[in-house]
Design a protein around this ligand. Structure first.
Ligand code: FES
Length: 165
């Protein structure tokens, strides 16, 4: 009687331990498997379209620098990275949002309001206010982000420009 009862308890404990093990594997294992087979960088709409601020922030006719937050979600790494852009308000809700990365090797260009040109500090690349190459080794114009206005707020599509830009 005692022996049988003890054996029964042992069986119950065995099934409890197996149950806890299976539950733990399910809780930890499923997300790990999904993470392995999902794309390494996810671009859902919320991550794609990022806010730059109210359109009034960008004076008409001026080229103004701005920062946008980008998200990096890769495997277990999740972080926010600031990215610099230039915004040119052309008036009548028409904007140009430039990537600051030079199209030669990616150095950050700087806008000079006196000459109204973008200058690259690395190899002498110069771009016009329209973003066209005026001088130096860059082979193409500055990259432009797609943008939209939502209730007077400017947003840019991060996926509209190559990742290195
Ligand atoms: S990186 Fe800009 S000119 Fe080379």
């Amino acid at each position: 009687m005692c022996e049988e009862s003890s054996l029964s308890r042992r069986k119950v404990m065995k099934w409890v331990v197996l149950g806890i093990g299976a539950a733990t594997t399910g809780v930890l294992g499923v997300p790990a498997v999904l993470s392995t087979f999902s794309p390494t960088i996810k671009h859902d709409d919320k991550k794609r379209w990022r806010p730059l601020g109210a359109k009034e922030r960008f004076a008409e006719g001026k080229v103004i620098s701005a920062k946008v937050e980008t998200r990096l979600d890769k495997d277990f790494m999740h972080m926010t990275l600031p990215k610099d852009v230039y915004v040119w308000n052309k008036g009548q809700d028409e904007f140009v949002v430039y990537s600051r990365s030079c199209t030669d090797l990616g150095c950050p260009v700087k806008f000079d309001s006196g000459s109204e040109c973008f200058f690259c500090p690395c190899h002498g690349g110069i771009f016009s206010k329209e973003g066209d190459v005026m001088n130096g080794p860059p082979k193409g114009p500055l990259h432009r982000y797609s943008y939209r206005l939502i209730d007077g707020y400017l947003e840019i599509d991060l996926s509209s420009v190559p990742v290195v830009a």
